[in-house]
Write a protein that binds this ligand. Structure first.
Ligand SMILES: [Zn+2]
Length: 106
């Protein structure tokens, strides 16, 4: 009858923490970063009379696409809406052509 000896405590080498593996914290940070940078195209979109929130979400999710999209819109459309009378005016206009509202540049 073979003598049963307890298996020696194996010191299993723990796999090294993978450098390429994303941790939850990394994902949160990437998300936070995207939300922060997402405000930039969203602010441009807002200046062109578009929804800030929609564009914020859009650029947080698809930042490169949103940047290209807003750049394209700005080049092709080149207009915005007067916050006072909602008339469509040239993006570069200093005053609304309809009511004379003066756009404040930030
Ligand atoms: Zn106006």
């Amino acid at each position: 009858m073979p003598h049963w000896s307890p298996a020696p405590a194996k010191r299993k080498k723990r796999p090294p923490e993978g450098g390429a593996k994303l941790t939850t914290i990394d994902i949160i940070w990437i998300f936070v970063l995207l939300v922060i940078v997402g405000i930039l195209p969203a602010a441009v979109a807002r200046g062109m009379g578009r929804s800030l929130l929609k564009w914020w979400i859009y650029s947080a999710l698809l930042f490169p696409v949103a940047v290209a999209h807003i750049a394209y819109l700005r080049l092709t459309e080149g207009s915005r809406y007067c916050p006072y009378c909602h008339a469509r005016v040239r993006y570069t206009a200093k005053n609304c052509t309809k009511c004379g509202y003066e756009f404040i540049e930030f």
